[in-house]
Structure formats: structure tokens, C-alpha cells
Design a protein around this ligand. Sequence first.
Ligand code: UD1
Ligand code: UDP
Length: 369
Amino acid sequence: MKVISILGIRPDWIKMKSVLNELDQRDLEHIIVHTGQHYSYNLDRIFFEQLKIRQPDFHLDVGSGAQGQQAARIIERSEKIIADEKPDFVIVFGDSNSSLAAIAAAKINVGVVHIEAGMRSFDWRMPEEKNKRIVDHVSNFLFVYTRWQRENLLREGIPSGKIHVVGNPTVDIIRQVAAKARSTRILSRLGLEEKKYFLVTAHRAENVDNKKSLVKILTSLKRVHKKYAKPIVCSLHPRTKERIERFNLSIPVGLEVYDPMGFLEFLDLEMNALCVITDSGTVQEETCILKVPCVAIRVSTERPETVALRASLVAGLEPSNVLSSVEIMLRRKPNWKHPYGDGKTGRRIVDILERAKGWSPLNETLEEA
Ligand code: UD1
Ligand code: UDP
């Protein structure tokens, strides 16, 4: 059996580490393709080094660009490799433009495996919402984390036999590296004390590409600092950095801004934060798993499980709402139990794929007909 994994952005490498390892250890041929969507050292290579991920076999060098241009390059360049290599399956992950490599595979009748399928924010402004719907509907094997995600897919008419609830590989990686993360000493390096700082990330296009929304986020953080008199540690995504400069905005007092960090450092900061304020999808999962309060600075979430468990609140962007959401989260006891499984998701996914040896999308279509 031959499998190609096509990945390209920061969370892909972190969350797929256990799946990639499993694929490399089994009796099958595994090719890794890097789309090159993320390429800066601290959004890319740092994760290969820290998490000991092997070199990709191919690099598509797509780089940054407008939505259509980046998507087109990913589809065109991955199609060539898929056509040459003729794998049994192409694996894509999540909802970034890199996941659109699924279109290339589906068009030439190669089985598509989508990991992190079934999430829906129902926020059609998001580029990710379009991507995930497209990818789910061209996929043959859909791996979801929770039953809620399975239900989203069933509601859209995807047959239940294609959907596998397997847990979340974020649990796998946290278990693997938590002890290492604790030994980074990042708190002392940044002059922080446990549970005496807020941790912030913001990078969603619909939040930071809009000046009004970005101003609201910065104002919210200023007000959180004013109320709690604690450092607000911010890992600044390059998209957000560029927008702050372009809109000529200033960083509010109390906000301690750093370039994107390695996963080990960031995980240590997450584990010890008083509260995390973020628009990241994965960070919302990680805080739920780590039992750290989380306020989502967004108007929607594709992870409503975390809200239902009282592990996070979706605050919107209005500063008064962000402030009251922080107050509420700080009053809650972090006694929820996360819904993301047992840390064996990578193994479970590859077991299912191995059992599917010999499967072809063409046979399936004929059987359905
Ligand atoms: C992408 C994903 C988003 C994911 C995020 C993870 C899409 C549509 N969006 O958003 O779902 O949450 O990655 O971080 O796929 N840049 C650099 N260095 C890099 C990469 C990008 O400086 O290595 C800068 C460029 O100015 C670029 C901007 O960041 O224009 C945005 O990068 P892009 O890949 O388009 O989207 P992200 O915002 O990173
Ligand atoms: N992360 C990291 N360093 C940072 C900020 C985040 O390693 O400075 C990790 C974080 O722990 C999570 C992932 O990057 O595993 C989240 O990526 P991001 O928020 O960019 O993407 P999303 O999950 O929203 O698609």
C-alpha cells in the first residue's frame, strides 16, 4: 500500500506528528509532501526540529498569495505528484488551503482521507469554512474527533460508513511532549510566574484583516490588562504583525509581544496561563485538554464541544464582552473532562487505513450505483 500525506501549515505538523510516525513505522510506502504554505522558520522548520519530524519527500513551494492563487498552486502542484506516484490514498488535514490537495486526488480517482473532518463554524466569511466543506465532500475516509462532528457530516448527507470517530491527535502529541515542554523554562526566560499571566494569539483573517475588528481585539486586551494588572503574553502571527503595521496601530501597554514560538515553549505557556485568549482553533482544543480557561475572541466556533463543557466561551470581539467572558472563565472550576480521546488517535487512524488495503474509489462508486 502506498500513502501520500500532503500538509503545509503550522498546526498540520504538530497535530499530524503521531499519524506520520505511525505511517512511517508500518509495512507500507509513505510519502510526505510539504505544500510550503508556511515557510518562515518559526512557522515551519522549528516544528520539524523540536518534534523530530522527518524531511518531506517533496516540497511544492507554493508560498503566500491570494486565496485563489494559493489554492490553485496547491491543487496543480499536488496533482502532478499524485499522478506520478499513484498512491492508494492521499491524506489531507484540517481546513487550510493546503487541505485542498484533496481536490487534486479526487479528480484523478485516488482515495481521499480527511483527518479533522466534520467541523463546522457555520461562519461563511471564513476561508476555512469553505475549504472544510469542499474537502469533506470529496473525501472517502473521514476521520472525526467527536460525535458532534460526525453528526454534522450525516446532516449533509455523507454516508455513515465513511465516517470514523477516532479522537484527536492533539492528545497524542501533548502526552508525548508535555514533560519536555515543562523543561523549556520559558516562564523564567520571559520573567513570568505560573497562573499570573494571560496568553494571547490572534490570526484569523476575518478578525485581523479588518481594521475595526483588530482595533477591538487590541482594546479588549488593553482592558484586560487594566483590570487584572497582569502581563498579556502574545505570540504574534506574521499576518497580524503585518496588519498592525499596515493599519498603523500601536501595541497597548501591558501586551508583551513575541514572534511565533516553538510548540514546546508555547505548550508550556499554555499549561501555566491564568487564562488563554485566542481565535485559534487548535488552541481552543489544547486549553480544553490542559484544563486551562479559554476565551475565544471570535463570533463563532467549530469546536462547540469545548463551550458545552464550560471549558471555553465565545466572546465575540466587543471589549466589554471579552472582559466579562474572562471574568466568567476565571470563576469557573476547570473540572471538565475533555472529549478528545485517549492519546492513541494516530494508531487508530492508521489501523483503519491498513484494513482498507485494496480499496478504490472507483469500486465504491460502482457499488453505490
Ligand atoms: C493559515 C490557514 C489558517 C490557519 C493558519 C495557521 C488558510 C486559508 N488559512 O492562515 O486556517 O489557522 O494558517 O497558522 O489556509 N506568512 C509568513 N510566513 C509564513 C507564512 C505566512 O510571513 O511562513 C505571512 C504572509 O504575509 C502571508 C500571511 O502570513 O500572506 C498569511 O499566511 P497564509 O498562509 O495565507 O494564512 P494564515 O493566516 O497563516
Ligand atoms: N503554536 C505554537 N507556537 C506559537 C503559537 C501557537 O507552536 O507561538 C501552536 C499551538 O500550540 C497549536 C498550533 O500552533 O498547536 C495552533 O496553530 P494556529 O493557531 O496558527 O492555527 P489553527 O489551529 O487556528 O488553525
